[in-house]
Design a protein around this ligand. Structure first.
Ligand code: SAM
Length: 353
């Protein structure tokens, strides 16, 4: 047997304790979200278990245990003198404020979908077959939207669109836009609100998501300049479009080259294809970091099976990187491609014919 380096062993056990602590926190964080516990602490300030229980209409014994876990996790602060728990402002940005750029509750929802997908992935790992997007955990569709929404809300209109050549001017004047793989339509609604003179058509192959997107548009009062249709990325009916957007979906598609070709012929000659993809380097060595770790997990449990289930089954994965994406985009007939912007979670590509 190889000699054990005690220091390395202790370091790894320490790392796994932290990882397991995070994994076991998933249902508690979601309870805090669903029951309005973070919101109450955010609104009211420091509270005892009895105060939180009364404020949120839950049982005090559960409140005490949940609060203790949250304090042990560093998610809440605990003042032993007063017996009160509080949500520090930085933690509130991540756990309570759904419009903050670092709001991560959607990530906890994604963790649950991935747990639920495990049973579907076991046979898929053996057979090599895919698992359809619509067959996966029913929590996936809202979790994906919720995870990406803070990035879109804080960056799309403010910095991503201005980084593209002439696109904002066209949107302000009145452009026709297809938002393909739109899911629940968070990106479509943000765009429609910001550019009321433009028309936005959201397409997705998942009928349930299209229904949700329609409801979302009604809720936000943007039905006058939006509509949503069920369509494949390689077949959506648009023509003479000024802009086509793909938000975090190109790598999920079975035939991304087919989709790229279709976008090419749907655009005006001076149109733009905006592709938002997970941030990633080109090589695995570039991606051995905490953000890529999350993406490789989602890619294994969601993105690769989704793509393998479709014709061609390219399975680019959520960490494809610019080089692999460029090959797909140029095979689809686009001559000009550049990375226009980047955040820790996303890279924004601009493709032009
Ligand atoms: C990770 S979700 C992103 C959803 C949405 N764009 C967002 O950012 O919240 C990927 C989306 O791609 C859609 N999708 C996957 N393959 C597709 C295809 N071949 N044609 C159309 N939509 C597809 C899925 O239904 C899903 O809504």
């Amino acid at each position: 047997m190889k000699a054990i380096d005690e220091t390395k062993l202790n370091q790894f056990v320490g790392q796994l304790l932290g990882d397991l602590g995070g994994a076991l926190s998933v249902p508690l964080v979601r309870l805090g979200d669903r029951l309005g516990l973070y919101q109450a602490l955010h609104a009211e300030g420091p509270m005892t278990p009895a105060e939180l229980a009364a404020r949120t209409n839950i049982a005090e014994r559960y409140a005490r245990e949940w609060l203790s876990h949250q304090a042990a996790s560093g998610y809440l602060s605990y003042d032993a003198k007063t017996g009160k728990f509080s949500l520090p402002p930085e933690q509130a940005m991540v756990l309570a404020d759904q419009d903050s750029p670092v709001y991560l509750q959607g990530g906890f929802d994604l963790a649950v979908t991935m747990m639920e997908n495990q049973a579907l992935l076991e046979p898929a790992f053996r057979s090599g077959k895919g698992v359809g997007w619509g067959e996966q955990s029913q929590c996936l569709f809202c979790a994906a939207g919720r995870f990406f929404r803070p990035g879109y809300l804080n960056h799309l209109v403010q910095s991503w669109l201005p980084a593209l050549d002439q696109v904002v001017a066209k949107l302000e004047q009145g452009a026709t836009v297809a938002d393909v793989g739109c899911g629940h339509g968070f990106s479509t609604v943000i765009l429609a609100k910001a550019f009321p003179r433009s028309t936005f058509i959201g397409y997705d192959f998942h009928a349930g998501s299209v229904e949700q997107a329609r409801a979302h548009a009604r809720e936000h009062g943007v039905t006058a300049n939006t509509r949503f249709e069920v369509a494949l990325a390689s077949e959506f009916p648009g023509k003479d479009l000024d802009l086509v957007t793909f938000f975090d979906c190109l790598h999920d598609m079975g035939d991304p080259v087919g989709a790229a070709r279709h976008v090419r012929q749907a655009l005006k000659p001076d149109g733009t294809w905006m592709i938002v993809e997970p941030a990633a380097g080109d090589r695995l060595d570039d991606n051995l970091n905490p953000v890529s770790r999350l993406y490789y997990a989602a890619s294994t449990m969601i993105c690769v099976p989704t793509s393998l289930d479709q014709p061609v089954g390219a399975a680019l994965g959520a960490q494809a990187g610019l080089k692999a994406l460029s090959a797909v985009i140029s095979e689809g007939g686009f001559r000009n491609l550049r990375k226009a912007a980047q955040t820790p979670f996303n890279m924004i590509l601009e493709a032009r014919p």
